[in-house]
Design a protein. Structure first.
Length: 389
């Protein structure tokens, strides 16, 4: 069974073709800078050398078409059993589901909560519907891993009719990533109590017990929790109402600010990319403030989740920032020895692709673990296909 996992972004498109018999990657491709006259396109068949070229890719539909044209040079499109998506949020829908018109309508209903994500996925799903109309399209929603968190962890202090009428509660995201980390932590370290830190342009922390999420930093939307590249993170709602009144801002203006001009970019005034911020923060006070605010947010959630789990076996770092920034990990974990977290600075600086970075006397292990969201989606899609057949 061959399953294609499509991962669209606002200006990028990635995909992987899996052979589910042994979970090998037969083909993978990346399109960057969609909308530019010169969009870098790279692809690789199996273990063969990566190939690259530059094309004009005006939109997601063109990106899908171009990559499928390359893919079918070796693998006929009719052999693709399903196209899987790491879908984000939909009203009254979670789990792994076929992307019917009803499910797409549910995604549109929650588009105001995740406007960038849902718009991009709806466009990509429609593109595949046009190109491969007879191939099932299946989505694994990001919220699924968090669906069993205790209600006391999911509730906000709002009138309960908001919960009943509008579904106002914590849902959580990055589910495929946190789920993969939970499994990998158990395999490598026999860890049952795991704090998974998915850190990058989009970032969240998750408390995991026995392979299940019991709490997570993101909420009803992906705006909640940590600072993200351009998204605001935790914010006092009355601060927002005050600024709206003082600046005479509309809902649309505020929404645009919170999703595209806030977060690391908003604080630094420079960039939403942690790599850019790290490069200049010793000379740029605002960049340094953004970096330290982000790191402090991660530290705070780690402390909360040690309490929620009544201890921890492992703190795991994944995502672009979590996996590749020794400086970020060091800033997050400094002065946590009384909680049983002691970083080995040499191990940390050596920046293992996968492995422990904790000191020998650390009661809680610390590890770098690369995530594999696409594999989790592929497995769930394969199971769904079995159920549908």
């Amino acid at each position: 069974m061959k399953i294609l996992i499509a991962n669209p972004g606002s200006t990028s498109y990635k995909c992987k073709l899996y052979d589910m018999a042994d979970e090998t990657i037969l083909f993978q491709a990346v399109v960057e800078r969609i909308g530019d006259q010169e969009s870098p396109v790279s692809w690789q068949f199996g273990e063969l050398d990566k190939q690259k070229k530059v094309l004009a890719i005006p939109d997601c539909m063109t990106a899908v078409d171009q990559i499928l044209n390359i893919l079918q040079q070796k693998y006929p499109l009719k052999d693709i059993a399903a196209v899987g998506f790491k879908t984000v949020h939909a009203k009254d829908v979670s789990g792994c589901v076929e992307l019917t018109d009803e499910v797409l309508d549910a995604m549109r209903a929650y588009a105001p909560l995740v406007p960038v994500h849902n718009a991009v996925y709806l466009t990509a799903i429609e593109a595949f519907k046009n190109v491969l109309p007879d191939t099932p399209r299946i989505g694994l929603f990001e919220t699924h891993f968090h669906q069993d968190i205790p209600m006391e962890a999911a509730m906000y202090g709002v009138p309960y009719e908001w919960v009943e009428k509008h579904g106002v509660r914590k849902y959580g995201f990055h589910g495929a990533s946190h789920r993969y980390i939970a499994g990998r932590a158990k395999t490598l370290y026999n860890a049952d109590k795991v704090i998974s830190c998915h850190l990058g342009g989009s970032a969240s922390v998750c408390a995991i017990r026995d392979g299940k999420s019991i709490d997570t930093s993101m909420g009803m939307s992906a705006q909640c929790g940590l600072l993200n590249a351009k998204r605001v993170g935790d914010l006092d709602p009355f601060a927002l109402l005050y600024v709206m009144e003082e600046e005479n801002l509309s809902i649309d203006q505020v929404r645009e600010c919170l999703i595209s001009r806030a977060g690391l970019l908003g604080l630094s005034g420079l960039s939403g990319d942690l790599r850019d911020i790290e490069e200049v923060m010793e000379q740029n006070p605002k960049a340094k403030l953004a970096f330290k605010t982000f790191a402090y947010g991660v530290k705070r959630y780690i402390g909360e989740y040690i309490a929620a789990l009544n201890g921890a076996d492992l703190v795991a770092f994944t995502g672009g920032g979590g996996q590749f920034s020794p400086l970020l990990r060091s800033e997050i974990l400094k002065d946590m020895n009384n909680l049983g977290i002691v970083l080995d600075h040499d191990r940390n600086e050596n920046n293992p692709k996968e492995g422990l970075i904790s000191a020998e006397d650390s009661k809680i292990k610390i590890s770098v673990l690369p995530t594999n969201e696409e594999l989790i989606v592929a497995r769930e899609v394969a199971q769904k296909l079995t159920e549908l057949s």
